[in-house]
Design a protein around this ligand. Structure first.
Ligand code: CMC
Length: 392
């Protein structure tokens, strides 16, 4: 018992102590295990960052190679799993398929379920990183009706992901190094973000000792919402609507400010950042670079930049400290790479995988962990007597 206070949206409630990710929302700082996000995005690689988040330290060269090799070796999925991936309607939303596929991994790898055995947890970690890459490429292949390709162990994680996603069978495929680098960077930027909605979901589900696949699948479902990871898809939809509607960017912004029909500027605002999201700053630069290297001019980028420009100089956004978040420019890069909008949030999920795993593992080891079970303040009817159906 004791005093219970309501804190909707957990604005002011810390659910755990964590050593993984540091955010200073007022200063716009993000660090993984003490390393600044811009250094990691610039110099590291996705699997190295995954190792850092999960194990707490940057790997030595031999640890790095062993980890990469182990993940690579597990990228092949069971043939029955390929069949399973083929049973969803082709135009079903890939986030639903992805959550189902990750959940289903527990049935294919029952030897990886003990949450209290270190080696088993490490196996599940590697399986999740490896299979999620294959699953994400299959999400795209299924939508476009192309055959599901097998992995090529000799290629890097991101490089082979792009090949499995975009290559045509029996044809040489060489991915553009600019695209490989840009996607690697994007995955790093998404790799963790402390106790956001999906990560908190992963922790709450895991706190019941549900297995890691069930916990991460729940996180994927949380991520799918447009206020969270689904925002990257919504941003593109918004930009396309502005482009097609004939209304000016100014008119759209008036609608946002007047809160007409609950319209929000998607890709703007954040619970923790009250300054420019450091990830968005990196993504914006990358968007410019990728689009120009690929020679793809996109009028939607001009619309996005115009929206940002207006927002950053407008009292509505200044007073509320609303800045572009990570989702504002990512879709334009994914689009230039050849992904359709429905694939944007699965790419976010692929990137967030190391964070969910690291947070789940930290929670399972933390002696302070208890089952997640918030309290409430009851506001319903007080005691009443049952009235028989015939008497109502
Ligand atoms: N456009 C217009 N107004 C906004 C926006 C926006 N994008 N975001 C917040 N506001 C307003 C909101 O209406 C409120 O105004 P008022 O004080 O007059 O009621 C004020 O700003 C505070 O907003 P809030 O909803 O109380 O803030 P929150 O911390 O609960 O929500 C958020 C954070 C990210 C859900 C919200 O900013 C939002 O809906 N943004 C658009 C969706 C989006 O881009 N989500 C991605 C988040 S970043 C990474 C990720 O998780 O994927």
């Amino acid at each position: 018992t004791g005093m219970v206070t309501v804190d909707p949206g957990f604005m002011n409630t810390a659910s755990c102590e964590s050593e993984i990710t540091y955010i200073d929302g007022d200063a716009g700082i993000l660090r993984y295990r003490g390393y600044a996000i811009d250094q990691l995005a610039e110099k590291s690689s996705f699997l190295e960052v995954a190792y850092l988040l999960i194990h707490g330290e940057l790997p030595s060269p031999s640890e790095h190679d062993a980890f990469v090799e182990r993940v690579n070796r597990h990228t092949l999925v069971h043939e029955d799993f390929r069949t399973f991936m083929g049973t969803f309607p082709r135009d079903g939303h890939p986030m639903a398929v992805m959550a189902s596929a990750i959940n289903a991994l527990s049935t294919f790898y029952p030897e990886s379920l003990d949450p209290f055995d270190d080696e088993t947890v490490e196996l599940a970690t590697v399986l999740l990183l490896a299979k999620s890459r294959t699953i994400t490429s299959y999400l795209h292949r299924r939508r476009v009706g192309e055959p599901l390709l097998y992995p090529d162990y000799s290629r890097g994680y991101v490089e082979d992901f792009l090949r499995m996603t975009f290559a045509v069978p029996y044809m040489q495929y060489d991915s553009d190094p600019t695209v490989v680098d840009a996607l690697d960077k994007l995955l790093i930027l998404h790799a963790d973000h402390e106790q956001n909605c999906s990560t908190s979901t992963v922790r709450v589900v895991g706190s019941s000792h549900a297995n890691i696949y069930a916990s991460v699948a729940a996180g994927i479902n949380a991520l799918s919402g447009p206020l969270h990871g689904g925002a990257n898809e919504s941003v593109l939809k918004m930009l396309t609507e502005i482009q097609g509607s004939g209304t000016t960017v100014q008119d759209f912004m008036s609608k946002v400010k007047n809160k007409e029909d609950g319209v929000r500027l998607m890709g703007f605002g954040h619970r923790v950042y009250k300054n420019y999201d450091p990830r968005a700053a990196i993504v914006k630069k990358s968007a410019d670079a990728v689009l120009s290297t690929l020679g793809k001019r996109d009028e939607l980028l001009d619309i996005a930049m115009e929206l940002e420009d207006i927002a950053l100089n407008d009292d509505y956004f200044i007073e509320r400290k609303l800045y572009p978040n990570v989702d504002f420019y990512t879709g334009l890069i994914y689009k230039a790479m050849g992904f359709e909008p429905a694939m944007f949030t699965p790419l976010f999920a692929l990137g967030r995988m190391p964070g969910w795993i690291a947070q789940w593992r930290e929670m399972m080891k933390d002696p302070q962990t208890k089952i997640g079970r918030p309290r409430q303040i009851y506001t319903g009817a007080t005691q009443r007597d049952y009235v028989d159906l015939s008497a109502r």
